[in-house]
Design a protein around this ligand. Structure first.
Ligand code: DON
Length: 319
């Protein structure tokens, strides 16, 4: 693969070669049937487990896709990464670092214990507690305004207007007692300033935004490209913000499995419980993959396999 490694680094990897690698990865893992659907949000338990999509966006602006890349699914926890970037852009890294932190909790993404063990500090913006507290820091005097800013910000990362999946939002709103508990706990520790349930509501909406694997690749490539969307040319956040965001993602993007992922694959990646993962290779591009069945930590089994394979084939490992 030496040739490919060299060509990805210099941006000259032939488009046909990328298409070929994507097709090969898709074929290689299509028949894997490990993993379980996320049933704790009722509607996600009805997803088609055979959907499988892989897309890659290069910082040069080309996007490659294979499989169900136009299928929309709710972005879920992957929104945390982009909302964090918007909040660091707004408040600066030190304010956000003090309030939210950047260390791995070593606990599941929805852990209440992690908050208690750390004296009410959320520890990381990529787990639910940190993400709910981060969402509260989005500019806007009302929840409606905050939600509009989240949607506009994530749409700028995607380069198209993203829409809310009303059914996912309804299903999740009816079943998110745990997130509400986490919100109230954070309020008791003064990590949330306003109404904790309002913060959880905006957070639930951000999780219910619809994206495709294609969108994930472009959104990730915007972080790989120092904050400029490589397809639209629009600057969304500063280059420093991308660096800070990718550091936080590297520590906790795949939750308690983030260390293993970094050790094996070597690039920051963020997952969502509907089955999406986006992996970012700074200065090169990003891979978005989608397949609903998940492992025990809530990360898509096939998306991890496909991204791992492509990262090796293209020499994306940072280390
Ligand atoms: O808050 C939740 O539990 C979901 N809306 C998001 C969790 C998630 O995506 C974890 N991912 N792997």
């Amino acid at each position: 693969f030496d040739d490919v490694v060299q060509q990805v680094s210099t941006g000259s990897l032939a488009h046909q070669k990328i298409d070929e690698l994507l097709r090969e990865a898709h074929e290689r893992y299509s028949d894997v049937d490990d993993g379980l659907l996320a049933h704790y949000i009722p509607i996600l338990g009805h997803a088609d487990p055979d959907l499988f999509a892989i897309a890659m966006s290069h910082v040069g602006g080309s996007v490659h896709e294979v499989g169900d890349c136009q299928h929309e699914f709710s972005i879920q926890s992957i929104a945390k990464m982009f909302v964090y970037a918007l909040v660091v852009q707004e408040h600066g890294r030190e304010v956000v670092r003090e309030r939210i932190g950047v260390n791995n909790t070593g606990m599941p993404f929805n852990s209440v214990m992690a908050v208690e063990l750390n004296n009410g500090h959320p520890m990381n913006p990529m787990v639910n507690a940190g993400a709910i507290a981060t969402t509260e820091m989005i500019p806007g005097r009302t929840s409606a305004k905050k939600w509009e800013n989240v949607r506009a910000g994530l749409s700028a990362f995607a380069g198209r207007q993203l829409t809310l999946d009303d059914d996912v939002y309804a299903s999740e709103s009816e079943s998110n007692e745990r997130n509400k508990a986490v919100g109230r706990l954070l309020k008791s520790y003064r990590r949330i300033e306003g109404d904790p349930l309002a913060a959880v509501d905006v957070y639930t909406r951000q999780c219910s935004l619809n994206v495709t694997a294609y969108d994930l690749a472009v959104m990730g490539a915007t972080l790989a490209d120092g904050g400029v969307n490589p397809v639209t040319g629009q600057r969304v956040v500063d280059a420093d913000v991308c660096r800070d965001t990718l550091a936080a993602v590297a520590t906790s993007g795949l939750y308690e499995h983030s260390g293993d992922w970094l050790f094996e694959i070597g690039i920051p990646a963020k997952s969502g419980v509907s089955g999406g993962i986006v992996a970012i290779a700074p200065g090169k591009g990003a891979i978005g993959a989608f397949s609903p069945p998940l492992d025990i930590a809530g990360n898509s089994v096939k998306a991890q396999l496909a991204i791992g394979h492509l990262s090796r084939a293209m020499g994306l490992n940072l280390f």
